[in-house]
Each structure stands twice: as structure tokens, then as C-alpha cells.
Design a protein around this ligand. Structure first.
Ligand code: PEP
Ligand code: MG
Length: 757
């Protein structure tokens, strides 16, 4: 059964059109279950009804014409209950709807299973049989498993099919066309309009975007060259494996047969002639062949689909190594990709990037944090976005409400242009707060610091009215290179930052790689990277890296004395102790070299649950605590901060997080130490009154958010904020807490910020 399931899903995935996918589905399920009719009804959201979209067994003429109101008939009942319904005699059931044109009367046995994706009902999958009987448990389990796998496939195929049709019709020719909209999760706030550049992993055929070319001759030449190179590769591989028996090497013969036949080459060249980029043409042709193989009944031949894909990947690798893959970036570039990384952002020329859409990640991934620091909106796309189809198209990213609009109508574009203007005016209006203190209406001051890590944003942070740097993420300079930066290189970077801010304090965090921050030259591959070798765990295991970094920091601080060192991912006192020992060692070495270094304050981040309980002990041991609320939320709630599927569960306003924060502040203050918060929570206007009331000494946030947070603080009364905190700490429901805080902002006259969340 597992094999059959896998095959059906593979075939559906490989089909070019949504309709084909549905057709394959009903046919294959009917065959696999040896039943007499299989049908699929999908929901038409607009008309709130089910539509029969494919059938193998019912009257084919009824496809597209049979509509069932939600809740009506047996199909409606399955949807209503959200669980399988298995009946031996359907026509006798009170919910049975007689519809002679569909041809259902002759079928007695009925099994209907809902197709659900991300809690959303997409449709119903039905199998029927003439004989009066209940489908057995194994059959029911098969259909439920099939339907569970189908949810994602249908959501994707549906969107891909729809979009390709709609994109082909130009907006001008079709002015009444509805705007194509995809829901998305806001990652970094803002709105933008721009042109899509798809970023994709190399050597992944499926990820190749639909890109056109004007230089057909050059594309043909590049492709033929890549093909020749792939051919030479295979010959070499075959020779290298000459010691293996002939049958083991047969695969290479098969590859060569395909490559030598000129058939494949001609096919791809023909597609390029139609105006397509060589990798896109290759993807199309390989997919067609894969599809043909998958449709074959013979197991052996079906397996050849895998070989065809492998061959395609090999040719693609050569195409990409011809440095053919570098896109040019239009002025209003919106990067769209399965996984857009921090380095993808860095590749776009200055001033050209206006937005980001990524499928993997969440508002707490590092790419979102960096985008926020750059003031660039980012959304996390839900799975159905057909990325490869979007290349070169204009889209609107609304990272306030969480929408992506593809090929927007002129009317929609105008509306959004107005919103963008309003947004700019709002930001400009906040400028007046830049030089005013962050002081509540009843005179309580709180320090506002900035998070940084991109060297170029040091000046931005300065001008935004920051009192210091609360978090300098040192890993960014490490990520920029293809090797560990030497002590001197690090010294120069740190010196520049410390001098730019002196005498204001700069808290430098020691290297915090692992999790979603990897160095290409130091790969860490693990099943659970966020629970693995990360942060201080790596640097304590590699004193040669740690000591070099500490030496560079201490040297950079000579004569300035505004450095503070912070240790990430501390989960025990022992780790803090080990790290302090290395810091003292570096200090002693530099003193022995006659350098006038001073010992800076050293603090730890509280971002792991164990550290909450160790906070009193840690606070006695170090000079300050700083809460990394991004990780603290992730680890307390057991919600991967990068996983879009569970992103709705990630919320720093969860009662557990709020109670933990209260404990941490208390622990620090009982030990007479200061405590700050440097996670994204500190730049969330909704959370700020609570953080203020908890007694944090400083909030550290991205520079872009600073004027807005100052605005919030200057509208708050500390006493009122404390009452609000008392109220919220008694609440058990995260959504209710968020709602209460939104209302509180509206009451403070800051309703504008609520809409912006
Ligand atoms: C945090 O975890 O809150 C934090 C500030 O560190 P990072 O986001 O870099 O993991
Ligand atoms: Mg962290």
C-alpha cells in the first residue's frame, strides 16, 4: 500500500496541470482500491459549495456541473463532521441526494473522506461500489492516508494551475480579472510593490523558475555545451567503475544512450527557441519524460523516472557552473524563494531590494530579523505559492495584513501606492521623537538600545537615537567570508563599531552559529540543529576560535572602554564558568604582551528554559543578564522558530513566556544586576508596556523600530502598565492576552500601531 500511495503522490506532483492531477488521482485510487467509482469534490469558496471536479465511475458529463451546497447530501455530511463516513447502503441514508444526471443511484457502498490542509477543508474524496457492503478497515485507512497526503498536493496544484492560466492572460486584456491573492504570515512589517527575482538552491530542477530569454542563440550554445560536459562526466564515471559487473554499470549505458541520441538535445533546443532560458527549458523537457515514465505500468520502467531526474540534475549542474545563473536585479526587487537566506539579501545591490517572500522560516528566523533591521518587509508564504511561476512578475507584498498579490490590477496597485505613501508619512512623523528621552508620562526612564550586526547599520542606529548597542551579532562578519576571520580582521571590525559608539556601551555577543546560522566553511549537519551544537557549545569546544574572538574584542576596546561581552545559549553555570575562564585567559595573555587591556563586564543571555531556573545563580556570577526572547519563546513553547507550519503557535505573549520574564527580572534585580531584553519582543509595541512594567532596565531592538517604541513609551504611565501586567498575568490564553494588549494600545491613542501589526 505504501508503494502505491507513494507512486500516486509522485504522479500527481509531476503533473503539469491541476486537472491532470485530479484525473490521475481518481483513476489511480479507483484502481488501487479495486472499486467502481472514485470522485473528488472540491470547495468553491466563493459560492460556498462543493463542485465535482473529477470522477472515474460517475457520469463524466457531470464534472464541473454538479454543485452541492455545504452541509447537503452525503458529501456535505462528510465535510460537516470532518471525519470519514462509511455506509453500506447510501441511497437509503436520509442525507442521500438523488441526482440522476450524476449516476450515483446504482452505487450502494459509499466511503467519503475529508481532504484537509492546515485545518482548512479543501474537499471530499469519495469511493463507491454497487455491492451493498461497508468498506473494510484497511480500505478506510488507505483512503484516509491518501487524503492526508493530498491536502498539501492539492493546495499547491490548485494554486499552480490557477495561476498559470491567469498569468497568461494579460492584465490589460482582462481588466475585470480578479486579483490573485495568497495568504502569508507577516515576518517584518511594511508594504512593497516590485518585480520578483526567484532565488533557488543550485542543482534542484524543481526549483528552477520560469525565466524567459532574449538571447536564444547564446542559450542554445550554453545548453549544448552543458550537455557535452554531462556526457563526458558519465563516460568518466563509467570508466572509473570498470571493475563492477556489467549490470551495475548498465545505468550509465542508459544515460549515455539518452545523451547521445540527440533526441533530448533537440527537444530542449526547441523549447529554448520558444524564448525560454536554458535551465527552464531543461526542467520542462525532463518533467515531461519523468511524467511519461511514471505513467507506465511496468515497475522497472517507472523507476526510470528517477534516472531521468538524476540526468536532468547533472546537466543542470553544468549549466549553472557556466555562471549562467546569476540574475540581474531590477530596481524594485522582491526576492522570492523556498528558503531565502541572509546571504541572498546581501547579494542584491544596495537600494534595489524592496521586499522578501520566503516559504521556509518565520518572523523569528534570522533572515526576518535582518530584513526588519533593514526596514524591508518580509512575508512567509503559505505552501501554495507557485514560486517558479512568479519570476519577472509584478507582485505586491502586504506584510501588515499578510497577503501576496500577483499581477495586481491597476486599481489595487493604486490603493497600495497610497498605503505606501501613508506609511512613509507615519515613519517621517516619528522622526520628532528621535532626540526626546524614552520616558513614560509619569517620569520613568528606560534605556533604548539597538541590535546590530550588519556593519553598515551602525550609523543608522546612531541616528535613530540609540543609547548603546544591546546586541551586536558577531556571526554576520563570519558569514560574509569563506573562512574564519583572523584576529586582525575581527579587531578592525570591532574597533570600528566600538569607536563609532564610544562612550556609549556596546554589548558584543560571542559567536552564535548553529541552528539556522551556518557557515559554509564550517558546516554543521544535524537532525535537530536548534537542540544541537549551537552557540556557546561550539565555541567552548573550539577554544582556538573563541580565544581569537575574545582577543580581538579586548584589543579593540583599548582606550575606549565601552565593550561588554555577552555569552549566547548558556544552559548551565558550568558553561558560563568555562567561558569566563577563557575570557580571563585571553585577558592575561594580552596583558603579558604588554597591551593595556581592561576586563569588560561579562553577561549571559537567558534564552534556554534551564537558564530561567538558574537565573538567580547566574545573576550572582556575571555582570548582567539579557533575555533572548526569540529563542526563549522557541524553547519554552517547543515551537521551532523557523517552521512555518507551527508559526501560529509561536507567540512571545504566551503566559509561560510572560511568567518566565517576570522571574528573570526579579532574579537579576535581587542580585543587584541589570537585565535587558534583546529579542524581537522588545520591538513589538504590543509587548513593550508589559516589559516596562516588569522592570527591564533596557530594551534592545532593531534601529528601524526604535522611534516607534519610544513613541509608545512616551504615551505610557508606568503605574497603568503595572496594572495591565497584573491583569495579563492572570490570563491563560495567548490570543486573549494579545487582544487585551491591542485594546490597551488603542486606549493609549496608539491605534495606528495595532493596524500595523
Ligand atoms: C534571541 O534569541 O532572542 C536573540 C536575540 O538571539 P538570536 O535571535 O540571534 O538567536
Ligand atoms: Mg538567540
Amino acid at each position: 500500500m505504501l508503494n502505491i500511495l507513494r507512486r500516486i503522490v509522485q504522479e500527481i506532483n509531476a503533473s503539469a496541470h491541476f486537472n491532470d492531477a485530479l484525473q490521475i488521482l481518481v483513476k489511480r485510487v479507483r484502481e488501487a482500491m479495486a472499486t467502481e467509482a472514485t470522485s473528488i469534490f472540491l470547495i468553491d469558496k466563493l459560492h460556498k459549495e462543493y463542485v465535482l471536479l473529477a470522477t472515474d465511475g460517475l457520469n463524466p458529463a457531470a464534472v464541473g456541473k454538479t454543485h452541492i451546497k455545504m452541509g447537503e447530501g452525503l458529501v456535505g455530511l462528510v465535510g460537516l463532521r470532518g471525519e470519514p463516513i462509511n455506509i453500506d447502503n447510501a441511497p437509503a441514508h436520509p442525507n442521500f441526494l438523488a441526482a440522476p444526471e450524476v449516476g450515483e443511484e446504482r452505487y450502494k457502498a459509499f466511503l467519503g473522506v475529508p481532504i484537509i490542509y492546515n485545518r482548512r477543508l479543501l474537499g471530499i474524496l469519495v469511493v463507491q461500489q454497487q455491492k451493498k457492503r461497508r468498506f473494510d478497515e484497511a480500505e478506510e485507512a488507505f483512503l484516509v492516508t491518501m487524503s492526508a497526503q493530498l491536502g498539501g498536493v492539492i493546495a499547491h496544484a490548485e494554486a499552480t494551475g490557477t495561476i498559470s492560466q491567469l498569468l497568461n492572460a494579460s492584465v490589460v486584456q482582462n481588466p475585470t480579472k480578479k486579483d490573485i491573492v495568497f495568504p502569508a504570515l507577516p515576518g517584518a512589517p511594511g508594504i512593497c510593490i516590485g518585480t520578483v527575482v526567484v532565488v533557488y538552491p543550485l542543482a534542484d530542477l524543481d526549483a528552477i523558475p520560469h525565466r524567459k530569454t532574449k538571447n536564444i542563440a547564446a542559450e542554445c550554445k550554453t545548453f549544448s555545451k552543458a550537455l557535452r560536459a554531462a556526457r563526458a562526466d558519465i563516460r568518466k564515471l563509467k570508466k572509473r567503475l570498470a571493475h563492477l559487473p556489467e549490470e551495475e554499470r548498465a545505468l550509465f549505458d542508459a544515460y549515455l544512450l539518452i545523451l547521445d541520441s540527440e533526441h533530448l538535445e533537440n527537444e530542449v533546443l526547441t523549447v529554448i527557441q520558444s524564448g525560454l532560458w536554458a535551465p527552464t527549458a531543461l526542467r520542462k523537457v525532463i518533467h515531461q519524460h519523468v511524467q511519461q515514465f511514471l505513467e507506465m505500468d511496468d515497475d522497472y520502467l517507472r523507476e526510470r523516472a528517477t534516472d531521468m531526474r538524476d540526468l536532468g540534475r547533472r546537466i543542470l549542474m553544468h549549466l549553472q557552473s557556466a555562471e549562467h545563473a546569476h540574475p540581474s536585479y531590477p530596481e524594485n526587487t522582491i526576492l522570492v524563494g523556498e528558503e531565502v537566506t541572509a546571504s541572498n539579501l546581501a547579494e542584491v545591490p544596495k537600494g534595489h531590494l524592496v521586499g522578501v517572500v520566503t516559504k521556509q522560516g518565520s518572523s523569528n528566523s534570522h533572515v526576518a530579523i535582518i530584513a526588519r533591521a533593514m526596514g524591508i518587509p518580509i512575508v512567509i508564504a503559505v505552501e501554495s505559492l507557485p514560486i517558479s511561476e512568479l519570476e519577472g512578475h509584478e507582485i505586491i507584498v502586504d506584510a501588515l495584513e499578510g497577503y501576496i498579490y500577483v499581477a495586481p490590477s491597476a486599481k489595487l496597485r493604486n490603493n497600495y501606492n497610497k498605503l505606501i505613501t501613508q506609511q512613509r508619512a507615519f515613519t517621517a512623523n516619528l522622526e520628532q521623537f528621535r532626540h526626546l528621552p524614552a520616558e513614560t508620562l509619569d517620569g520613568q526612564n528606560i534605556s533604548l538600545w539597538v541590535n546590530t550586526g550588519l556593519t553598515s547599520d551602525a550609523t543608522l542606529a546612531l541616528t535613530a537615537g540609540a543609547e548603546g548597542i544591546g546586541l551586536y551579532r558577531t556571526e554576520i562578519p563570519f558569514m560574509d567570508r569563506d573562512r574564519f576571520p583572523a584576529e586582525e580582521e575581527q579587531y578592525l571590525i570591532y574597533r570600528q563599531l566600538l569607536s563609532a559608539f564610544a562612550p556609549r556601551p556596546v554589548i558584543m555577543r560571542t559567536l552564535d552559529i548553529g541552528g539556522d546560522k551556518n557557515l559554509t566553511y564550517f558546516p554543521v549537519v544535524e537532525d535537530n540543529p536548534f537542540l544541537g551544537w549551537r552557540g556557546i557549545r561550539i565555541t567552548l569546544d573550539h577554544p582556538e576560535i573563541f580565544l581569537v574572538q575574545i582577543r580581538a574584542m579586548l584589543r579593540a576596546n583599548i582606550g575606549l572602554d565601552n565593550l561588554q561581552i555577552m555569552l549566547p545559549m548558556i544552559s548551565s553555570l558550568q558553561e558560563a564558568d568555562d567561558a569566563l575562564r577563557f575570557i580571563q585567559q585571553a585577558f592575561a595573555e594580552l596583558r603579558a604582551e604588554n597591551l593595556p587591556v581592561t576586563m569588560p563586564p561579562v553577561g549571559v543571555m537567558i534564552e534556554v528554559p534551564s537558564a530561567i531556573y538558574q537565573a538567580p545563580a547566574l545573576a550572582h556570577y556575571v555582570d548582567f543578564l539579557s533575555v533572548g526572547s526569540n529563542d526563549l519563546t522557541q524553547y519554552l513553547l517547543a515551537v521551532d522558530r523557523n517552521n512555518a507550519r507551527v508559526a501560529n503557535l509561536y507567540d512571545a505573549l504566551h503566559p509561560a513566556v510572560l511568567h518566565a520574564l517576570v522571574q528573570i527580572v526579579e532574579a537579576a534585580h535581587n542580585a543587584g544586576k541589570r537585565v535587558s531584553i534583546c529579542g524581537e519582543m522588545a520591538s513589538d509595541p504590543i509587548a513593550v508596556p508589559l516589559l516596562l512594567a516588569m522592570g527591564f532596565d533596557a530594551l534592545s531592538m532593531n534601529a528601524t523600530a526604535l522611534p516607534q517604541i519610544k513613541w509608545v513609551i512616551r504615551h505610557c504611565h508606568l503605574q497603568q502598565a503595572k496594572e495591565l501586567l497584573g491583569e495579563v498575568l492572570l490570563m491563560q490564553n495567548t490570543a486573549a492576552i494579545r487582544q487585551r494588549m491591542q485594546q490597551a494600545l488603542v486606549d493609549l491613542g496608539l491605534g495606528e500601531l495595532v493596524r500595523r501589526k
